[in-house]
Design a protein around this ligand. Structure first.
Ligand code: ADP
Ligand code: ADP
Ligand code: ZN
Length: 213
């Protein structure tokens, strides 16, 4: 299955992607995680991406599409994938369609998770990340031991861009550049909508049920 997760920052895309990836046995591809790994390693891509990410802006389309294209060549993507946070602009979506078409495939469904701004600000302010890709929340979804990942035991960290001013800018970026994708995929008949404010497991169940249909 070839899936896209769409939604504003903090809607719960990453949280759902980790579980869906295990359930559906397809890789979770997060462009945000790829950028953060490159920032940590200090690669040229990381240095370029950091300036955009820290100001709440999007990394340029050509750079982003290239990294997705090379990731899709990996063996594990042959039977499908969950794209988390890509595409985020209309040009990215168009280039992605073209890329898949060249491989004689296409997207099967777009999972659109919604949440309003007040919920998002609270979520991102309390978000804690693990380098293994798991995401926690200090109140909504705390780890068993404070500050430590349940699964891999690493120390959790706070993302540099999860601070109030940057969050506001990211929401603006979402509204201006990413939200037109809702319409784009609706017109293609691929959009499935989910209320991201329900408990995590409820949303997971709803997504899995609707994919079966
Ligand atoms: P969130 O899940 O909170 O929305 P992500 O981890 O998906 O955050 O992305 C973090 C940042 O990485 C974004 O704010 C943006 O700067 C950059 N980024 C991630 N995906 C893309 C993309 N598809 N196009 C451009 N920039 C991206
Ligand atoms: P995104 O990838 O869309 O930016 P995340 O999956 O990182 O969003 O979730 C943002 C924050 O909200 C995290 O701290 C996460 O633990 C929490 N969260 C995710 N889904 C829910 C939910 N359904 N209810 C409450 N909190 C949630
Ligand atoms: Zn971990």
């Amino acid at each position: 299955m070839r899936l896209i997760l769409l939604g504003p920052p903090g809607a719960g895309k990453g949280t759902q992607a980790v579980v869906l990836s295990e359930e559906l046995k397809i890789p979770h591809i997060s462009t945000g995680d790829i950028f953060r790994a490159n920032i940590k390693e200090g690669t040229p891509l990381g240095i370029l991406a950091k300036s955009y990410i820290d100001s709440g802006k999007l990394v340029p389309d050509d750079v982003t599409v290239d990294i997705v294209g090379s990731r899709l060549n990996d063996e594990d993507c042959r039977n499908g994938f969950i794209m988390d946070g890509f595409p985020r602009t209309i040009p990215q979506a168009q280039l992605f369609d073209k890329m898949l078409k060249e491989c004689h495939t296409s997207v099967d469904a777009v999972i659109n998770i919604t949440a309003d701004d007040s919920v998002i600000v609270r979520r991102l302010s309390g978000r804690r990340m693990c380098q293994c890709g798991r995401t926690y929340h200090v109140e909504n979804n705390p780890p068993k031991i404070e500050g430590i990942c349940d699964v891999c035991g690493s120390k959790l960290y706070i993302r540099d861009d999860d601070k109030e001013e940057t969050i506001k800018e990211r929401l603006r970026t979402y509204r201006e550049q990413t939200s037109p994708l809702v319409d784009y995929y609706m017109k293609k008949g691929l959009l499935l909508n989910f209320d991201g404010t329900k408990p995590i497991e409820v949303t997971t169940r709803e997504i899995l049920d609707s994919l079966k249909k």
